[in-house]
Design a protein around this ligand. Structure first.
Ligand code: TXA
Ligand code: MG
Length: 345
């Protein structure tokens, strides 16, 4: 199969392909998604096959309006309207109890709930409207690899396996949406995956919102099935470096002593400082968590192509967007964090 690059003025054709059961990757503000008609079981099965995704990991259903959700859900949490008014379209996925018999088990992973999101991308909203059906949309990468933030990343992973990719340039946020479960027994919303809509932003709007414990302790079984799998990993091992230039200096010295070729993912200052000593550097620019988050997956993918043994990646405090950044980075690094003096232990 030849994978076609689709532009914004060819959306009608892309919608037709989706209705014929083909897979089309689409842009969103977070990462690129792998689209299929959520009501077409055979098409959804292809999504799992193409990504190599475990079948118990349910998909997010993408809609172009809140009205579209009402066809599939009757029992809404009281905070729903406020959340939708404030954060849709945007990087917030909401989990509802689904009307029985509406979606195939292939979409829900056999759960009694379904995740919905309205992405903030005009071309993709138009694509969903034209198709007239909701679209499943997992990140459009090979399962386990860093999520795609450009159409080129999607090509790299899925070329020849899907009908087309709608190219709308690099995504703005860089990590996947916040997943908020609205179906807990006690009625309190729970964050299952941190994203750009932060816990404090949610709490300001609707009161108490907790974070699923497994996000804090790795031992507990995750509620969002996708969170238990190894994720976002380049082939080259990643170590997080937490601290100032001194700690990077220690890490680089350790690498030299151990003949490790290093790829560095850090801000302008640090990458400039160590550009001669590292084998490869990828700067995310200014020392801001928004910038680091936007380019994280692109940086890991680019460094992975270099001849290096190890990636050192800069840490950020785990507050606000930093929670989402560190959540993805820790998964890529398999929790390996270097702090001051720790590399000599
Ligand atoms: O930003 C995003 O959300 C991107 C873009 C393309 O929209 N999509 C995305 O999809 O990240 P995916 O499939 O890579 O991640 C979906 C996450 C998984 O962790 C999955 O386990 C969880 O959402 N999930 C989906 N349905 C669920 C449900 N009913 N209950 C609990 N977790 C669910
Ligand atoms: Mg994913």
């Amino acid at each position: 199969m030849k994978t076609k690059r689709i532009t914004a003025d060819e959306i009608k054709q892309a919608a037709q392909l989706l209705l014929q059961g083909e897979l089309i990757a689409f842009p969103t503000e977070t990462v690129y998604g792998l689209g299929a008609n959520a009501l077409d079981e055979a098409a959804v099965k292809k999504v799992y096959a193409v990504k190599g995704r475990p079948s118990d990991n349910p998909l997010i259903v993408h809609v172009s309006s809140f009205d579209m959700v009402k066809k599939y859900v009757a029992d809404f949490h009281p905070a729903t309207q406020k959340l939708v008014n404030t954060f849709w379209p945007g990087p917030l996925t909401l989990i509802f109890k689904v009307n029985p018999g509406t979606f195939s088990k292939v979409v829900t992973g056999g759960l009694e709930t379904v995740a919905f999101r309205m992405p903030n991308n005009a071309t993709t909203l138009e694509l969903i409207k034209q198709a007239g059906v909701p679209l499943v949309g997992p990140s459009a990468n090979t399962s386990g690899k860093p999520s795609p933030t450009t159409a080129q990343h999607v090509f790299h992973d899925l070329q020849g396996k899907i009908a087309g990719i709608v190219d709308d340039g690099p995504t703005q946020i860089g990590v996947e949406s916040t997943v908020l479960d609205l179906t807990a027994e006690d009625g309190f919303p729970v964050i299952l995956r941190p994203g750009a809509v932060t816990q404090s932003a949610l709490q300001k709007l609707i009161g108490q919102v907790s974070i699923d414990q497994h996000l804090l302790s790795e031992k507990e079984a995750p509620k969002a099935p996708g969170m238990k799998y190894k994720h976002y990993s380049p082939d080259v091992p990643v170590w997080i470096v937490e601290g100032d230039e001194q700690v990077f200096r220690q890490a680089i010295n350790w690498a030299k002593a151990n003949k490790q070729k290093i790829g560095l993912y850090a801000n302008d200052d640090l990458t400039q400082r160590f550009t001669d000593e590292a084998k490869a550097v990828f700067s995310f620019g200014e020392n801001k968590v928004e910038e680091a988050t936007k380019l994280l997956f692109a940086g890991l993918r680019a460094l992975d192509e270099q001849e290096i043994d190890l990636i050192f990646a800069q840490a950020f405090p785990e507050i606000g967007l930093g929670s989402a950044y560190m959540n993805r980075l820790k998964k890529a690094a398999n929790q390996k964090v270097l702090k001051k003096d720790s590399i000599f232990e």
